[in-house]
Design a protein around this ligand. Structure first.
Ligand code: PBG
Length: 333
């Protein structure tokens, strides 16, 4: 639709910008607490909070403290938490069996959270990297990341996560065919309502650095993830990936990272009209915090502006480590 443009002075754009009330009246997009998914990191132990050096304000939480965080989410009105494990190196193997251990960190945390605060939705990543001695999202043999063997492992992991009570599964590994494989397994094992938010357009990105520290995967990873995560130069390919994931049974799709790929968010949201999410990843978070800590920008304003961009691009919501801070600020409004 082409906007009608009247000439000056019939039209004066600044009439609509004169006061905060007028600006609010005509604002096209708003950020709300309902849009937020809060990713947290879980570690072993009790009553522990361990700061993540590269992500100021983010801590690895023991399961009891994760339950406390979920209670905070409920109080703040944050609808979803995404849980990521910091797995002990001793539990990482080339077979990645810890991924489908019914009592692994995220499964235990999910049970505890769902028991204490059932209204908070729990999302779990389906991917092998936190459990893999090779640090990759797929099973590695002779230096090759194996697609179809990985699907078998992902199915087992997905079923244990569903069994633990995860409301949303987030396959984040970028293996081919995984959404169809997981969807079929869920249907066959009596989990018809488990949601899938597919990391459909996930790029091989430098912006995941701090996350890999947070989950302790930086040391293990040999090489890069370019044979399965997408090439930064592509956006038509993102549309093909999304189309495939929807056809295979994804309920929601995601673009990741967020800010450097806003064009992709917009194309996906406009083209498919399915619930579309962005992941404002660890590196985006770290950049804003670092500049804020240096006094180079106003962190709260930069945070809110960076998140509103995803709404403008057409996303229904966003995963962000800023979620609790944003929810607190929005509650003051
Ligand atoms: C792993 C996974 C990654 C992130 C979410 N799930 C890292 C990666 O692919 O290496 C990144 C999240 C972030 O950087 O905040 N499957």
């Amino acid at each position: 639709m082409r906007p009608t443009i009247a000439p000056f002075p019939v039209a004066r754009s600044r009439r609509l910008r004169r006061t905060a009330e007028i600006r609010a009246l005509v604002r096209e997009n708003v950020l709300s607490t309902d849009d937020l998914i809060w990713p947290i990191f879980i570690r072993d132990g009790e009553n522990l909070r361990e700061p993540v050096a590269s992500m100021p304000g983010v801590e690895r939480l023991s399961v009891d403290n994760a339950v406390q965080a979920a209670e905070e989410a409920a109080n703040l009105g944050i609808p979803v938490m995404a849980l990521f494990p910091y797995t002990d190196d001793a539990q990482k193997t080339t077979a990645c069996a810890e991924a489908w251990n019914p009592d692994n960190l995220v499964n235990r945390a999910t049970r505890a959270i769902k028991a204490a605060v059932p209204e908070v939705l729990v999302m779990l990543d389906v991917a092998l990297d936190p459990y893999n001695a090779d640090g990759h999202d797929g099973i590695v043999r002779d230096g090759v990341i194996l697609n179809d063997e990985t699907l078998v492992a992902l199915e087992r992991q997905a079923l244990e996560h569903a069994n633990a009570g995860a409301d949303i599964l987030g396959p984040s590994d970028m293996m081919d065919g995984r959404i169809g494989y997981i969807r079929q397994a869920l249907e066959q094992n009596d989990f018809p309502d488990t949601l899938i938010m597919a990391y459909s357009a996930k790029y091989a990105s430098a912006f995941y650095g701090p996350f890999r520290d947070a989950v302790g995967a930086s040391g293990a990873l040999k090489g890069d993830k370019k044979t399965y995560q997408m090439d930064s130069g592509n956006s038509d390919e993102a549309l093909r990936e999304v189309a495939r994931d929807i056809a295979e049974g994804a309920d929601m799709v995601m673009v990741k990272p967020g800010m450097p790929y806003l064009d992709v968010c917009q194309r996906v949201a406009a083209e498919f009209g399915v619930p579309t999410f962005a992941y404002q990843v660890s590196g985006e978070y770290a950049m804003i915090c670092a500049a804020g800590q240096n006094g180079w920008l106003d962190q709260d304003r930069a945070m809110l502006e960076s998140l509103l961009a995803f709404k403008r691009a057409g996303c229904q919501g966003v995963l962000s480590y800023f979620a609790p801070e944003v929810a607190r600020l929005l509650a003051l409004d």
